[in-house]
Write a protein that binds this ligand. Structure first.
Ligand code: NAD
Ligand code: LMR
Length: 338
């Protein structure tokens, strides 16, 4: 009976190991721009994520304070703050996932493309370091203009000889989050149940929510669908104007960024059927980068999903977004190769 008991307790211990945090893989997540408006609440949310074992907070300033603060939270991950270029290598070494919200935000009257001149250089430098110090990491690009910063990253990685298109993601989750919220308000359905794919890119008309595929379904008039589409496309500008010079979306972006990062970690850990919209290298249209639903897995993008059936209104929107998205991609590629 001793034997039975001990084998039963061994079995219980094995079950505990399987389901306790001890069996969750070690994952290092680095946030570049961690002391910023997005970076700080994103650091908080990633500190709350039990899939993270090591949280690396990098910025050019103020990271010691953010790291000390977040580090006192009694959750799984070890937090380390790194400040300045000399410490970027250590911040990145061993990272499984790098989230990049580094760069300047919009002020009223600006487009995301107006940020190109400053942010393209920041992204280029950070990606050069990523290529060197954590070439196998998944990259979640938040810095705007996303339509151009993702192609910049791809070109920098190609030059470094380590580009893996499955590992580079432009974060468009905030568009999905907004589309869900706005749709629930009009469709009168519980917001927690809503899903809406958003395709294209992440700026103005390049953001194309597919309300015809929204679930739960609702019979909304074409006027309402037009207004919902416009509000989703202008969601960022709505926040920029409300903040009146104090920046752009930070809290909702941190939420969206944490949601997408969590999906990436689940994919890495082998959780099946993890599907999110993201701006990735793509062949589903003639454009080399395009946002659509993707299935996430152990290597990053496992599959870029088809767009599915579009309404006539959405088909028009798709054709209308292509010229702008194409030129934003080309601008990024040109910058990286100049
Ligand atoms: P912010 O100015 O509050 O923070 C940016 C941070 O980046 C600062 O702490 C700054 O020190 C840091 N930084 C600057 N250069 C750096 C470098 N070389 N290395 C590391 N860190 C550096 O701005 P924010 O509100 O956090 O926005 C950041 C970026 O995210 C902007 O480009 C903004 O447009 C973009 N954004 C994207 C989305 C999206 O949906 N993808 C949503 C909101 C904001
Ligand atoms: C957003 O969509 O909120 C971000 O891209 C920030 C911005 O400039 O609008």
């Amino acid at each position: 009976s001793m034997l039975v008991r001990s084998s039963a307790s061994a079995k219980q211990a094995a079950i505990r190991r399987t389901f306790s945090s001890g069996s969750v893989p070690e994952r290092k997540v680095a946030i570049l721009g961690a002391a910023g408006g997005i970076g700080q609440p994103l650091a908080l949310l990633m500190k709350l994520n039990p899939l993270v074992s090591s949280l690396s907070l990098y910025d050019i300033a103020n990271t010691p304070g953010v790291a000390a603060d977040v580090g006192h939270i009694n959750t799984r991950s070890e937090v380390v703050g790194y400040m300045g270029d000399d410490n970027l290598a250590k911040a990145l070494e061993g990272a499984d996932l790098v989230i990049i919200p580094a760069g300047v935000p919009r002020k009223p009257g600006m487009t995301r493309d107006d940020l190109f001149n400053i942010n393209a250089g920041i992204v280029k430098n950070l990606c050069t370091a990523i290529a060197k110090y954590c070439p196998h990491a998944l990259i979640n690009m938040i810095s705007n203009p996303v339509n151009s910063t993702v192609p910049i990253a791809a070109e920098i990685f190609k030059k470094a000889g380590m580009y893996d298109e499955k590992k580079l993601f432009g974060v468009t989750t905030l568009d999905v989050v907004r589309a869900r919220t706005f749709y629930a308000g009009k469709a009168n359905v519980p917001v927690a149940e809503v899903n809406v794919p958003v395709i294209g890119g992440h700026a103005g008309v390049t953001i194309l929510p597919l309300f015809s595929q929204a679930t739960p379904q609702a019979n909304l008039s074409s006027d309402i669908l037009t207004a919902l589409t416009k509000r989703t496309q202008d969601g960022g500008t709505e926040v920029v104007e409300a903040k009146a010079g104090k920046g752009s979306a930070t809290l909702s972006m941190a939420y969206a960024g944490a949601l997408f990062a969590d999906a990436c970690l689940k994919g890495l850990n082998g959780v099946p059927d993890v599907i999110e919209c993201s701006y990735v290298q793509s062949t589903i249209t003639e454009l080399p980068f395009f946002a659509s639903k993707v299935r996430l897995g152990k290597n990053g993008v496992e599959e870029v999903l088809d767009l599915g059936p579009l309404s006539d209104f959405e088909k028009e929107g798709l054709e209308a977004l292509k010229p702008e998205l194409k030129s934003s991609i080309e601008k990024g590629v040109k910058f990286a190769n100049q």
